[in-house]
Design a protein around this ligand. Structure first.
Ligand SMILES: NC(=O)c1ccc[n+]([C@@H]2O[C@H](COP(=O)([O-])OP(=O)(O)OC[C@H]3O[C@@H](n4cnc5c(N)ncnc54)[C@H](O)[C@@H]3O)[C@@H](O)[C@H]2O)c1
Length: 307
């Protein structure tokens, strides 16, 4: 299959591209390298260094003739979306709309969108949140990611399949440690450089952590489906930031105490996402336990960040 992967030089996108290439797919990566890294680009994928907002996108699509789009490109930081909601909205909504419009004008058969599960439902009314839980994003990031998801429903014509994976907190090798999100990557980079680890809030906030290879499995399965759907992709269990810190301390032999800072506005207290629908509808289930995933991630950071 000919597949365009937007954000294919980023953490999740590049891991997806690696799997697609392994499976013999023909892949074109569109990435402006704002947070993506050229060294994560698979050498067998075609690459255009382009913003998805570009007017040149149409020509690129005409030339490549993709059958599917996997849309990973986005501004991903809740904190940055609070300080610059206009940039967040331009990137996640307006640029995304440009992509949808070009998909409509071309022969694309399906669009697979990496939505957010963690920032979509707001402070939950019940746990775990399933896909019919009321939607109430409390950050500009959650709102912009949801808005494009909604636009997909509203403007994509019927023949184009709409596949939405609402992801939990994804972690694993290649996650950016320099941004304001990605707690595992940020902790590990500090731990291996022997720097102080900062925790925003009291650390008791609960997240649904899902390892990267489980997300890539879900994308691979979802691509093959012949219908439209929306599913959470999650572990189905929660872990607090303090628990993550503790496990990583053991794995990295880090001995210092964390420094607690004030809570980030727009950050929810507790989220766990039900993965029942993904299990029954896609026949997907997470395979990697939290300890195992953190261990694999620690190993990768050890090789990349040790002094
Ligand atoms: N990491 C998570 O825990 C998580 C959770 C839920 C959803 N998601 C979604 O998954 C997707 C990928 O996230 P990630 O963690 O890999 O982030 P990332 O920052 O590593 O990847 C995003 C990629 O998109 C590129 N990009 C950003 N804006 C672009 C634009 N306008 N045009 C072209 N390229 C652009 C960046 O250079 C980068 O390579 C995002 O859509 C994000 O909202 C991530």
């Amino acid at each position: 299959m000919k597949i365009v992967v937007t954000g294919g030089a980023g953490f999740i996108g590049s891991s997806i591209v690696d799997r697609l290439i392994l499976n013999g797919e023909e892949v074109l990566v569109l990435d402006n390298l704002s947070t993506g890294r050229i060294e994560y680009l698979n050498q067998y994928a075609e690459f255009e260094n382009v913003d998805i907002d570009s007017s040149n996108l149409k020509n690129i699509f005409l030339k490549f003739q993709p059958e599917a789009i996997i849309h990973c490109a986005a501004q991903i930081s809740v904190k940055d979306s609070e300080s610059d909601p206009i940039f967040d909205a331009k990137n996640n909504i307006i640029s995304g709309l440009n992509l949808l419009k070009i998909a409509i004008d071309s022969n694309v058969r399906q669009i697979l969108y990496l939505g957010t599960g963690g920032a979509l439902y707001g402070e939950p009314k019940y746990l775990p949140c399933d896909e019919i839980h009321p939607i109430n994003p409390i950050s500009p990031y959650g709102l912009s990611k949801w808005t494009l998801e909604r636009y997909m429903d509203l403007i994509l014509p019927e023949p184009i399949l709409k596949k939405v994976l609402r992801l939990g907190n994804v972690y694993g090798p290649r996650q950016d440690h320099t941004g304001a999100s990605g707690v595992v990557a940020i902790f590990l980079s500090k731990m291996f450089l022997n720097n102080v680890v900062e925790i925003y809030g009291d650390g008791e906030q609960v997240r649904d952590f899902i390892f990267i290879s489980d997300v890539v499995d879900a994308v691979e399965i979802a691509l093959k489906s012949t219908s439209s759907f929306t599913v959470n992709i999650s572990s189905g269990v929660g872990a607090s930031v303090n628990e993550i810190f503790k496990i990583l301390c053991t794995q990295t032999l880090y001995k210092d105490s964390p420094q607690f800072k004030s809570k980030i506005s727009g950050d929810i207290n507790r989220i766990i996402l039900s993965n029942d629908k993904a299990k029954s509808y896609l026949d997907w289930a997470p395979k990697i336990s939290l300890e195992e995933g953190l261990n694999k991630t620690s190993e990768w950071f050890k090789n990349n960040f040790s002094k």
